[in-house]
Design a protein around this ligand. Structure first.
Ligand code: DGT
Ligand code: CA
Ligand code: CA
Ligand code: ZN
Length: 573
């Protein structure tokens, strides 16, 4: 399948490199426009190519269409390879310095033969850049600041973005036929909320050709380091990828080492030593005599140390090793297959992009047996929140769609938690709903005492509610709001409430450490996607894996229950 984003990146890179070479600005802009048209394409690139309709996209003519087909078909573009080879290899990195741009890069290359960020930094520090026509002392200073900013910018990415790219790389390396196995390791395999870099582990007897294959993949912008068995590349977009290649016999122990977390590994190594072993990326050995203990799979590492195998998403050094040692790791952690209903879903009635019927059919096709439709309430005006009349109109549509689909539809609402802690519906309406998700969408900057008070009031309301995206965090964008979590969860334990694990990759809220606190208090959990489109329903694994990271078991999750039991447990009235 052609990756339209990767094709767009290649076009954009080509445009910028051509501009460095002094190509005509109209041609240069055509590549940028083409890249944008691909990024905005609603469906897949393959279908457009198959239909022969590429040239119907805005800004894509015959010549550009041919290049897109070349990239989509072969993963390469001869012209891009040629232009890259004609320029110093560090030019791509220079173009990422904020406010520098192709024209200035071209001038620096022509005047001072500067072809990398390191050379540029040195030239600025030595005051040589200010001598170039069009540059001055001020520009020199700005460039140095730009280099600094580029290096210190938070470079972590969302788990979902990292996993998408990482799994594509795994498939591409598998397709070379050079490796017996390729796996994603590191934080992306542990489903950590954000990812610093991707780590790939391969079993192969041809490490050199496999590393070459990685370096030649279309999304790869530069090779940072290349050795016999370790390669690091940087992708367009800035994400780094570490690849380690070992012979098949060492794959299990290397996969374990590279999966981490570092803290988990350190503790496990300590335990190994106490038991008379040394554990390293190369395997497990007896301290005395140095005899190797065979480790075929990474589970063998745990078994050899007398532990139950610990799943990757639990390897955070938050007590999992001690629990595994005592046989106290939960055996019935919730799984994707356990989830029977979609609970927090938006439609075109508020700010969703798909109709109620489309969402119902899509959830049914995923194997769900019920769907609770939870569009926004009135005070979420920015999100098209419903008033009482429109809510009743929605109930009529729910009844109509219910005639046509097999999945059971429940009447829900995502009710705003008002500043006072009350919900955004009169009691008479709350009583007629099947499901209420209660969420904060406004006034998030209250201080901790005020917010705690607001949430406590909401929890103590006599209706049953599911507390939606409880901390309000947006990963890499917005901090959680201030809450006295111990106090709030104490109140929740005594109230009619379940806590949501929101699988929207920007939220992943409730987080694992708080889920453990909720578990201690016996508070029920609901796993949701907060989907605003059919595609959003596919985020369910993110809710499941976040819950597992918080040791949530099947029995604690209300939407593992069949429809009738679920509805009985969550009925507000
Ligand atoms: P990230 O990339 O910041 O999201 O987090 P990770 O966990 O992917 O960390 P990374 O990429 O630095 O290293 C990948 C794995 O390699 C890590 O999870 C465990 C292992 N590792 C790295 N450095 C060390 C170390 O100093 N000691 C031990 N025991 N393991 C390490
Ligand atoms: Ca990593
Ligand atoms: Ca790494
Ligand atoms: Zn929502």
């Amino acid at each position: 399948m052609a990756d339209k984003i990767a094709v767009a990146r290649a076009l954009r890179e080509l445009g910028m490199l051509l501009e460095v070479q002094g190509e005509n600005p109209f041609k240069v802009r055509a590549y940028e426009n083409g890249a944008r048209a691909l990024e905005d394409l609603p469906g897949g690139l393959d279908e457009v190519i198959a239909a022969g309709t590429l040239t119907e996209l805005p800004g894509i003519g015959k010549a550009l269409a041919a290049k897109i087909e070349e990239l989509a078909g072969t993963g390469r573009l001869a012209l891009l390879d040629r232009v890259r080879s004609e320029l110093p290899s560090g030019i791509g990195d220079m173009l990422r310095i904020p406010d520098l741009g192709p024209k200035k890069v071209a001038a620096l290359l022509a005047a001072l033969a500067i072809g990398s960020v390191a050379e540029l930094e040195k030239a600025c520090q030595e005051g040589r850049v200010r001598e170039v026509k069009g540059f001055g002392e001020k520009t020199e200073k700005k460039i140095l600041e730009g280099i600094h900013r580029m290096r210190t910018a938070s470079s972590r990415v969302l788990l979902s973005d990292a996993r998408e790219v990482g799994l594509q790389l795994v498939r591409a390396l598998e397709a070379t036929g050079l490796a017996e196995r390729v796996e994603l390791a590191g934080s992306a395999r542990r489903w950590k909320e954000t990812v610093g870099d991707l780590d790939l582990v391969a079993a192969s007897v041809e490490p050199g050709p496999l590393s070459d294959a990685l370096a030649a993949l279309p999304g790869v912008e530069s090779v940072v380091a290349k050795g016999e068995t370790k390669t690091t590349v940087r992708l367009a977009g800035g994400l780094s990828v570490d690849l380690r290649v070992v012979p098949p016999a060492q794959f299990g122990s290397l996969l374990h080492h590279m999966t981490g977390s570092k803290e988990h590994n350190v503790r496990l190594r300590g335990l190994a030593r106490d038991l008379g072993f040394t554990l390293s990326e190369w395997g497990l050995e007896r301290l005395e005599g140095g005899a190797a203990v065979p480790v075929r799979t990474e589970e063998d590492v745990y078994r050899a140390l007398g532990l139950a195998p610990v799943p990757p998403e639990l390897r955070q050094d938050t007590g999992e090793i001690e629990a595994a040692r005592q046989g106290l790791l939960p055996a019935d952690l919730v799984t994707l297959g356990d989830v029977k209903g979609m609970v927090h879903v938006h439609t075109t009635w508020s700010d969703g992009r798909a109709s109620l019927e489309e969402m119902a059919r899509a959830a049914e096709a995923m194997g769900m047996t019920y769907l609770t439709v939870t569009d926004h309430s009135r005070s979420a005006a920015y999100a098209g929140g419903l008033d009482v009349d429109r809510l009743k109109g929605q109930w009529e549509e729910i009844a109509k769609v219910q005639e046509k689909v097999g999945i059971r539809l429940l009447r829900g609402s995502e009710a705003d938690i008002l500043e006072t802690g009350f919900l955004d519906w009169p009691d008479a309406v709350l009583e007629q709903l099947d499901v209420v998700v209660a969420s904060v969408h406004s006034r998030m900057k209250m201080d901790t005492a005020q917010m705690t008070h607001r949430i406590v009031r909401m929890l103590e309301l006599p209706v049953f509610k599911i507390w939606g995206h409880p901390t309000g965090r947006l990963l890499l964008e917005r901090e959680p709001y201030g809450l006295d979590m111990e106090k709030v969860l104490d109140v929740a334990a005594a109230s009619r409430v379940a806590i949501e694990v929101n699988g929207d990759p920007h939220r992943l809220d409730f987080e694992p450490r708080h889920l453990r606190m909720a578990h201690e208090r016996g508070i029920p959990i609901v796993l949701s996607t907060d989907a605003h489109s059919v595609a959003g329903l596919a985020n369910l694994p993110y809710a499941v894996m976040t819950a597992r990271r918080g040791w949530v078991t099947r029995g604690e999750v209300l939407n593992t229950l069949p429809a009738a039991e679920f509805a009985a447990r969550v009925r507000p009235g």
